[in-house]
Ligand binder design. Sequence first.
Ligand code: CFM
Ligand code: HCA
Length: 546
Amino acid sequence: DDSEVAVTSESLRDDLLDAYPKKTRRKREKQVVVNHKQADESGLVSLPVIGANTRTIPGVITQRGCSYAGCKGVILGPTRDIVNITHGPIGCGFYSWLTRRNQTLAPTDEHDNFMPYCFSTDMQDENIIFGGEKKLAKAIEEAYELFKPKAIAVFSTCPVGLIGDDVHQVAAEMKEKLGINVFGFSCEGYKGVSQSAGHHIANNQIFKHVVGEDNTKRGKWSINLLGEYNIGGDAFLIEDLLQRCGIDLVATFSGNSTYDQFANSHMAQLNCVMCHRSINYVADMMEKKYGPPWIKVNFIGAKATAKSLRKIAEYFDDQELTEKVEAVISEEYPAVFEAQEIYKPRCEGKRAMLFVGGSRAHHYQELFAELGMKTIAAGYEFAHRDDYEGRDVLPDIKVDADSRNIEELHVDADPDHYRGNDRAKAIERERAGYKFKEYDGLMADMPEKALVIDDINHHESEELIRRMKPDLFCAGIKEKYAVQKMGVPCKQLHSYDYGGPYAGFQGAINFYKEIDRMVNAKVWSMIQPPWSDEAKQNAPSSSSIR
Ligand code: CFM
Ligand code: HCA
């Protein structure tokens, strides 16, 4: 029960932190938090403050990625008809190569889908010493000759910034020469503290170089879906639902997307933001420059999906749309109920831990709740405080170089547009008409006294598993097998373990089945955790087990 969780959380937090030297402990203390929510007389709830978006402490093994991964891999990776050239050594190019299982529905013409390709300038020692700009220009030209794309994008890896190659200048020259859109990203891996900096850089450049290029008018009920990357085919299911509701989806940023969608996206009437962490910048810039407001949506979980469709209908405030949305929900829900009847009794009461990214550790709690499962500990790799607390705080990211644009954004931003840290003031504004922005953050939605951990590291996750023995741990590929060797199944919430889709109603049913399969498999009880007496006896030394 909850009180048991509470006692465990407090003492577990101490134990996690006790292992650290004093200075490290002081830093981690701010990021390992017991979710103690306090309500004042008027019912306003205040959340504990969590440290987030700060530099990982050297010496710990973090789950985080880098700025290049966030920009090239996450944001632009799923757009199929831009040739994405990695300017850097070949290894960086390899790691950008469709390893994230984004799907796309490309027409048969191969010149419209470059996702299976991996483009790299293959920088060598001599480029590091004498500069790589000429090689980059040649690569852009070669890619143009071979593929005749609408656009070419250049992504900077760490050495590019170190040697001072000006990718923006090269891109501008090649744009002029080739007559297609060419633009660069200063997303060197070392920028910022995680992949989050890369999202920001990607957003700024796409907004600056692509959004607004095509002014074709759109019909009624036109929206963009922001922050949906089509992992496991999620976007296909969402597209289908929207289409059946009669909603005109102009662009998705960026699952199953094309260059032309981005170019026309500013003509949509509403932005629906799914992964707030990775794309809130585009939502804000678009609202400011072109007008469409944004709302948060979440298509993970059947309940959340229905709620999100209704929220969109509510925005347009049109009887016809409301009826269509309700019809789609009633078509989909019977199968969901049927599945819940089968799988909920099998999963009810099981305990999950979720440590991923910047939005899924929150969104997937809805799906687990539908199975009657409890999330006893969760956290993000690289989210900011607003994602934990669920309210809009001033953008707190600062990066240099390409930050020409980022600084602009800071200066331009109307401080009134953000709602600050003061919840009472925010509610006041909500009453005054900002009714569509919500406080749906991870901490606000998590049980009282659950453990919330930002940028969890290997020591902490191992200790959590050892002490609390959850029924399921959700993380990524780097964690998966370490966790499973401890006798706990690990579901990858990044790649879905090549399963999915899990979004929408059908996706929820897929997820119930998958989780039942994992948490009720007998095999886990047969694994001897390295800390069990039996395993210790059989092992020559503890280090060889790990
Ligand atoms: Fe947003 Fe994402 Fe995520 Fe993210 Fe990611 Fe991802 Fe993720 Mo991996 S954009 S924050 S940087 S939902 S790649 S598609 S799965 S960590 S929770
Ligand atoms: C990234 C991409 C990643 C990694 C997934 C994982 C993804 O952070 O660079 O660690 O399994 O979703 O592919 O988050």
